[in-house]
Write a protein that binds this ligand. Structure first.
Ligand code: FEO
Length: 398
C-alpha cells in the first residue's frame, strides 16, 4: 500500500526519495535528487539495515511499520553513521525501545556523540555473524568508504551485500529500483559524480574493500543510494576498480576563470589546437558557471588538465581557488597539467596555479602563459605550444 518494495524473499526496500534538497552534504548539486535506501529483513528475527535522513523519518517509520506488521524490530544494523543514513535512529529507538543496535568499535562513539545513544548495543568485528533464522548476517569492516566506521553486511542465504555508500549514486529512484529497471545512461553521470565527489578521495580504502569483497559470491548489491545492482554487478565493480586506481583516459579538461572574456578566448584557442593535434575529448568549463562537482568528475576521467585564471583582488579568482582546494584534498593521480591566466596590472593567478601544479606532482606540460590585459600574438603562440605539448604527451601515453 505504501512505498515499500519486496526485493528478494523476505527482504524489502523501505527507503525514500529526496527531491527537495539542492545540495547533498550542503555542497554537491543534486538536480536529479537522491535516494536514501534502507532495507528490512523479516525472519524469525527482524533486522533493519541503516535508516534515512531525518527529514523523512515519518515516512520511514510508516514503511517500517508496514513491513513489520506490528512485530518488534530486533536489530538495527548501522553500516554507516553519516546522518543521511543515521538521521532516523532516534525515531526508530523511540518506536522500538528494545531494538539492539549492531555496529563496530568506531560506530558507537559517533552514535553517542550524534544522538546520545549508548544502550542496547552489540559490537561486531570483521567476520562476525548474527543469525536471524533463515537469514544470516556477516559483517566486514571497510573503513574510509566513506567514514572510519563504515562496514558492509552480507546476507549469506540470498547472497545480498548491503554495501553502505559503496556502489551508490546520486539520483532518485523513479519507479525503477533494480539496475535493469532504470536508465543507466541517464544515471551514468550521477554514478560517477557520486563516486568522484563523495568517495573519490579514498582510493586505497576502496581498493582494500574490493579485495575483501572478492571472496564473496554476490547476487545483489544494496547500496544506501542509487539502484540495487543485480544484472550489472561486474560492470559497477569494474568501474570502482578503475576509479579507485585513478586510471585516466585520453582527453583534456580546460577549466577557466574569466572576468571579461580574455581567458575564455585562450581556452577556446587551446581547445581547437588540442583537437587539431588529435585530442578528441576536450571539455571546457567556466568555473563561474559550472559547479566544481562536475569539473572534478571530468578531471577524474581525463588525464589532461589545463587551468586558466584571472587574478582577482591580488590573488586567485575565488571559484578557481575553490576548485584548486578541492582538487588538492582529493590527491588525484595520473594527470598532466598546463596553466595560463591573465591580469590587468599585477599577475598572481598563474603563479598560484603553478604552485598547485608543482604540489600536485602531476606531469607539468609546457611553460605557462601569463597575459597582461588582452592576449596578443606572443601569448597565442605560447598557448599553441601548451596545446601541442599536451597533445604530444597524451598521444605518447595512449
Ligand atoms: Fe550517504 Fe557517507 O553517507
Amino acid at each position: 500500500m505504501r512505498n515499500t518494495i519486496n526485493i528478494n524473499d523476505d527482504i524489502y526496500w523501505i527507503g525514500v526519495n529526496d527531491r527537495k534538497t539542492n545540495l547533498f552534504e550542503n555542497l554537491w548539486p543534486i538536480p536529479k535528487g537522491v535516494a536514501y535506501n534502507s532495507y528490512i529483513i523479516k525472519d524469525e528475527k527482524i533486522a533493519l539495515i541503516d535508516t534515512v535522513d531525518r527529514s523523512f523519518m515519518d515516512d520511514f517509520i510508516d514503511n517500517v511499520d508496514e513491513i513489520s506488521e506490528g512485530r518488534d524490530i530486533d536489530y538495527l544494523v548501522i553500516n554507516h553513521m553519516e546522518p543521511d543514513h543515521s538521521g532516523s535512529i532516534k525515531a526508530i529507538i523511540a518506536k522500538y525501545p528494545n531494538i539492539q543496535i549492531i555496529g563496530n568499535k568506531k560506530t558507537f562513539p559517533m552514535l553517542e556523540r550524534f544522538y546520545g545513544i549508548k544502550e542496547n548495543i552489540i559490537e561486531v568485528k570483521d567476520g562476525d555473524t548474527i543469525d536471524l533464522g533463515k537469514h544470516k548476517l556477516n559483517f566486514a569492516l571497510i573503513p574510509m568508504v566513506h567514514w572510519p566506521e563504515t562496514m558492509v553486511t552480507y546476507e549469506s542465504t540470498t547472497k545480498t551485500l548491503f554495501s553502505g555508500d559503496a556502489f551508490g549514486a546520486f539520483g532518485t529512484l523513479d519507479g525503477g529500483l533494480f539496475d535493469y529497471e532504470v536508465d543507466l545512461n541517464w544515471l551514468e553521470e550521477e554514478i560517477s559524480r557520486y563516486y568522484s565527489n563523495i568517495v573519490g578521495k579514498y582510493g586505497s580504502p576502496v581498493q582494500a574493500a574490493l579485495r575483501k569483497l572478492e571472496a564473496l559470491e554476490i547476487k545483489m548489491i544494496c547500496a544506501t543510494h542509487g539502484p540495487i545492482w543485480k544484472e550489472f554487478i561486474p560492470q559497477i565493480i569494474e568501474k570502482y576498480k578503475k576509479w579507485s586506481t585513478y586510471s585516466t583516459e585520453k582527453g583534456v579538461v580546460i577549466a577557466f576563470a574569466s572576468i571579461y572574456g580574455h581567458n575564455e578566448k585562450l581556452a577556446d584557442f587551446i581547445a581547437r589546437e588540442l583537437v587539431k593535434n588529435g585530442i578528441k575529448n576536450v571539455k571546457i568549463f567556466d568555473v563561474s558557471k559550472t559547479h566544481l562537482s562536475y569539473i572534478i568528475d571530468a578531471i577524474f576521467k581525463y588525464r589532461g588538465v589545463i587551468l586558466g585564471s584571472s587574478t582577482y583582488n591580488g590573488g586567485m579568482f575565488p571559484n578557481m581557488a575553490s576548485l584548486l582546494h578541492e582538487l588538492k584534498s582529493l590527491s588525484l593521480k595520473n594527470h598532466a597539467i598546463s596553466t595560463f591566466g591573465s591580469h590587468a596590472w599585477a599577475g598572481t593567478s598563474v603563479k598560484l596555479l603553478n604552485k598547485f601544479a608543482e604540489e600536485s606532482k602531476w606531469d607539468i606540460i609546457a611553460e605557462s602563459c601569463d597575459v597582461k590585459c588582452n592576449p596578443h600574438d606572443a601569448e597565442y603562440e605560447k598557448c599553441e605550444i601548451i596545446a601541442k605539448e599536451m597533445a604530444k604527451h597524451l598521444n605518447e601515453i595512449d
